[in-house]
Design a protein around this ligand. Structure first.
Ligand SMILES: [Zn+2]
Length: 466
């Protein structure tokens, strides 16, 4: 008897634990597939069509009834979602006015990145997705969970955001203004009764760097780092985990060019296949000056953006020189070298269809101590003018701590946009320390920051040859 009782307890524990198929009965459906029972439509349009809930025209749909979620409740919420082109919505767990730490998750599969709007899976004020993993017209799974660790968001089982200190509240679905619809089915919630409810999770117990990033995110500053490489011990998984921790969205770039990992269209194809559908931008670092001749325009345009630098030049002897390799650097005359370098940068920005000039104003180790004297005002102006007339953004490099504030202020005045980059060599990605310092020092605004162009508007499609 005793054995049977403990066996029963054991089975019950198995049943209660986990969120597998075995405890489906614990999930409470919030939509019966036929009516709007349990919901209050306070504005806009909501209807049930062929078993799905469709909202549009600024719908505000409040959940009521037995499953009202309290501010201090722990829960797991899941739904299947489909968007029509142009439609967007938010799923919010709204607190009271005095407790504004709502959990608000965006649904927006627009392929227009330049609008900067939070895309699907963004946790508002905490972490913005600049690119949706999923597309209009496809059903996808959205999951929002709040437990003792805070709030977390998944799209199709990929964890996109997690952060402590979000309180949640009552469930509301809010639609966009237009007639395009967002559709829902299998809307359900699981009360995490086995998790102990309350107390309020502590506000983010994080260091000053993360706090500064969080402040920028709350001010709707686009936190995007376009220069991350999967190098050394940095795997995609580690990069995405780091991105969730800092709240900075990453563009992960492949090095493409002579002597670099990708030298053909087939190589691009393989890289894009590996990275597609991941919560990151896919960038191309164009290397050397021959790169436009190695790949077709069509293959290049599969990247979300392209950047290059002037670290590989043709030197005074007509020799290909990589400026970070001391054995390839030959500078008999520093002034002549600077003239050649500035001319090279102008030629690159005028002729190569890139989005971003990376590692800007980099000088080889042998002359770097004279950086300030060698980068004279006329030389700085020539580089900034070339970026401005070609609409090329300038990277603020966390690793090189370049360019300096004076340069950034002048470029800002010329209307140049900026992006944060790290150019990491391993998993030490940092926390945008230099970038954040420059954003504050130079008072950069969201509009000063670069966002990748949508398909059809990329420089390689508008400017590129071939
Ligand atoms: Zn790089």
């Amino acid at each position: 008897m005793q054995l049977r009782a403990s066996l029963f307890c054991l089975l019950s524990l198995c049943f209660l634990g986990g969120i597998g198929r075995s405890d489906d009965r614990a999930w409470l459906p919030l939509f019966d597939g036929k009516t709007l029972e349990g919901w209050d439509l306070r504005q806009g349009s909501a209807q049930v069509v062929e078993g799905r809930l469709e909202i549009s025209k600024k719908a505000a749909l409040y959940n009521r009834g037995d499953v009202r979620l309290g501010m201090f409740d722990y829960f797991d919420f899941q739904t299947d979602v489909l968007t029509e082109p142009g439609a967007s919505a938010d799923i919010a767990f709204e607190g009271t006015l005095n407790m504004p730490q709502d959990i608000r998750v965006a649904i927006n599969n627009s392929r227009n990145w330049t609008d900067g709007q939070p895309k699907t899976g963004s946790l508002w004020e905490v972490r913005r997705q600049f690119k949706s993993m999923v597309r209009d017209g496809q059903w996808f799974k959205l999951r929002i969970r709040r437990d003792e660790n805070g709030a977390a968001v998944w799209v199709n089982d990929t964890l996109l955001a997690e952060r402590s200190g979000r309180l949640g509240g009552s469930l509301t679905i809010r639609g966009n203004a237009g007639p395009a619809k967002v559709c829902f089915k299998n809307v359900r919630v699981l009360h995490l009764t086995n998790a102990k409810s309350g107390p309020i999770p502590a506000a983010d117990t994080v260091d000053a760097d993360i706090r500064r990033l969080t402040e920028l995110e709350r001010a709707e500053f686009p936190l995007l780092n376009t220069h991350i490489h999967l190098k050394g011990d940095l795997t995609l998984e580690k990069a995405l985990q780091h991105s969730r921790e800092t709240g900075v969205f990453y563009g992960i770039a492949a090095n493409c060019g002579v002597y670099f990992p990708i030298t053909t269209d087939a190589g691009i194809d393989e890289y894009i296949k590996k990275m597609e559908g991941q919560p990151c931008f896919i960038g191309m670092q164009a290397e050397g000056r021959e790169w436009p001749t190695l790949f077709t325009k069509k293959a290049i345009a599969r990247f979300d953006y392209i950047f290059t630098d002037a670290m590989t030049i043709v030197d005074h002897c007509g020799k290909r020189a990589r400026l970070w390799m001391p054995e390839e650097v030959d500078i008999p005359d520093k002034q002549a070298f600077m003239e050649l370098l500035v001319h090279t940068i102008e030629t690159i920005l005028d002729n190569e269809p890139v989005d971003i000039y990376a590692n800007p104003t980099y000088l080889p180790d042998s002359i770097v101590e004279e950086y300030d004297a060698l980068w004279t005002a006329p030389r700085v102006k020539r580089v900034i003018d070339a970026a401005a007339r070609n609409g090329v953004a300038i990277e603020i490099s966390n690793r090189l701590k370049l360019p300096k504030a004076d340069f950034i202020l002048q470029a800002k005045k010329a209307g140049v946009k900026f992006t944060l980059g790290t150019n990491n060599i391993d998993s030490k990605l940092g926390r945008e320390e230099y970038g954040v310092q420059m954003i504050r020092e130079c008072e950069l605004k969201p509009a000063d920051m670069f966002l990748p162009k949508p398909d059809g508007k990329k420089p390689v499609q508008l400017r590129g040859k071939g």
